[in-house]
Design a protein around this ligand. Structure first.
Ligand SMILES: C[S@@+](CC[C@H](N)C(=O)[O-])C[C@H]1O[C@@H](n2cnc3c(N)ncnc32)[C@H](O)[C@@H]1O
Length: 140
């Protein structure tokens, strides 16, 4: 395994640690993973890049979303915020705790519950810790 690439800041797909997901799932009972692949989806219902979860309707779902952490991250955060305006929709997002970003201030700060994670997650069930802090954001 190329460990340097796995923990590079250029990497955008950080697979949610399974035990971390299970604990959240016990609390929320997720029904949709809109940012996934056939290999890494966390829910039975999921969207892949090809089906584009950003363009789909999330209404009425309890969404778990760990989006790609590249330039498009702001689109996912905005989408989560907008979809959760519907009272039957809950959106939980696992995100890098980048509190200086426009997306954090426009869509999260003062608008969502934020759970800052103590310590660093081991994404992809890997051995090393992520080079950034994480947070769970909940719009409901
Ligand atoms: C950070 S990974 C999360 C994977 C997994 N759902 C999890 O929580 O561990 C982000 C995933 O979103 C996928 N993805 C990228 N763009 C997407 C899009 N427009 N619609 C749906 N999935 C997308 C990537 O291929 C990748 O599998």
């Amino acid at each position: 395994m190329n460990t340097a690439a796995m923990f590079s800041s250029k990497k955008t797909d950080w697979e949610t640690p399974q035990d971390f997901f299970v604990r959240l799932d016990e609390e929320f009972h997720f029904t949709l993973d809109p940012a996934a692949s056939d290999e890494n989806h966390k829910c039975h219902r999921y969207y892949t890049k090809e089906r584009d979860g950003l363009k789909r309707d999330w209404q009425g779902e309890t969404v778990f979303c760990n989006p790609p952490y590249g330039r498009e991250i702001g689109h996912w955060v905005k989408k989560g915020h907008m979809e959760a305006h519907d009272e039957k929709t809950t959106v939980v997002m696992l995100l890098p705790a980048r509190t200086d970003t426009k997306w954090f201030h426009d869509h999260i700060y003062g608008k969502a519950e934020i759970r800052f994670i103590k310590g660093r997650l081991k994404f992809g069930n890997g051995k090393g810790s992520a080079p950034f802090p994480s947070m769970v954001v909940i719009w409901r």
